[in-house]
Write a protein that binds this ligand. Structure first.
Ligand code: FAD
Length: 267
């Protein structure tokens, strides 16, 4: 548990509801001196104003940063869990309300996990999109990798959030200036699993990897020398993808053991 002296009280500066009662994003002020590497998460705290029994005065949860490491504010993307202790509070917050941010950064879902590689595959389901938006906003990622493929899987089209930001990413004022040939180097593959959707793939990412469709639509061969994978989202999807990649010959990137796959589970 985070002690109050390790945390900083920040202020909500913006809220964007994507799907009412289900998905939203918010921005808040950034604690002075708070640094992080793209892909890491913060620990956020909300006051237990609903007085949920059995919960402490401040309820803490891990949240991946959506914002880039050089952005002035912090941004987060959240699910609303029905009766969830944390998200019941978080989803009620409005501009001007306080939120606690632990001053320490956490997590290892960063490109530092890979020693080499040319093509970075960011495979996220649901809110597992969050750290990948931050990774895309880090010029260092683009110095390390030639091509970056963002694959976001959601159940329905309305859950394919951040469309404006992703579709306009190659015109991002700072990134397009800092990253040469950004438009040719970025691929976005939206995946919708529970309904048919135009311009989207309609199978689970595991299937799309194993049947070669992702390779075909991106024009990129999957191989140990060049391909690196980051996976984030629900534990079942993470496990299935990890197993699929293992069968395809890819190994986990561990401390002191180079590999091609880095993962993060959200619960
Ligand atoms: P909890 O009691 O924490 O969760 C209840 C149940 O809700 C879980 O058992 C699970 O079945 C489901 N659940 C929890 N989180 C999610 C989710 N994200 N999507 C779908 N179902 C879920 N959540 C985010 O929304 N955005 C993030 O960027 C994010 N980053 C995380 C980073 C890390 C490293 C970890 C470990 C978790 C992250 N989470 C994120 C999950 C988050 O910490 C909380 O679990 C979530 O806010 C729900 O809190 P709660 O108290 O309302 O419900």
């Amino acid at each position: 548990m985070t002690s109050p002296d390790k945390a900083s009280q920040e202020t909500i500066t913006g809220v964007r509801v994507w799907v009412p009662g289900k998905l939203f994003s918010f921005t808040c002020t950034r604690p002075t001196g708070f640094r992080f590497t793209a892909g890491q998460f913060a620990r956020l705290g909300v006051n237990n104003t609903l007085v949920i029994a059995g919960e402490p005065d401040v309820i803490w949860r891990a949240y991946s940063m959506v914002s880039g490491p050089y952005d002035e504010h912090l941004e987060f993307f959240s699910i609303v869990v029905p009766d969830g202790a944390f998200t019941s509070h978080l989803s009620r917050l409005k501009v001007g309300d306080p939120i606690w941010v632990d001053k320490t950064n956490f997590g290892f879902l960063t490109t530092a996990r890979f020693e080499s590689g040319k093509h970075l595959w960011l495979l996220g389901s649901g809110t597992g999109l969050a750290p990948f938006l931050s990774i895309l906003l880090d010029p260092d990622t683009w110095n390390k990798f030639e091509t970056i493929v963002l694959v976001h899987s959601a159940r329905t089209v309305e859950e394919l959030v951040y469309q404006d930001q992703i579709q306009q990413f190659t015109g991002h004022p700072l990134m397009s200036e800092l990253v040469p040939n950004l438009a040719e180097r970025f691929r976005y593959i939206p995946v919708v699993t529970r309904e048919k959707a135009p311009n989207c793939l309609n199978e689970r990412i595991t299937t799309l990897l194993a049947n070669g469709e992702l390779s075909e639509v991106t024009g990129l061969t999957l191989d140990k020398a060049d391909s690196r994978f980051m996976i984030c989202g629900n534990p079942e999807m993470v496990t299935d993808l990890r197993n699929t990649l293992k069968i395809m010959g890819f190994s986990p990137a561990r401390r002191n053991t180079p590999g091609e796959v880095a993962v993060e589970n959200y619960w």
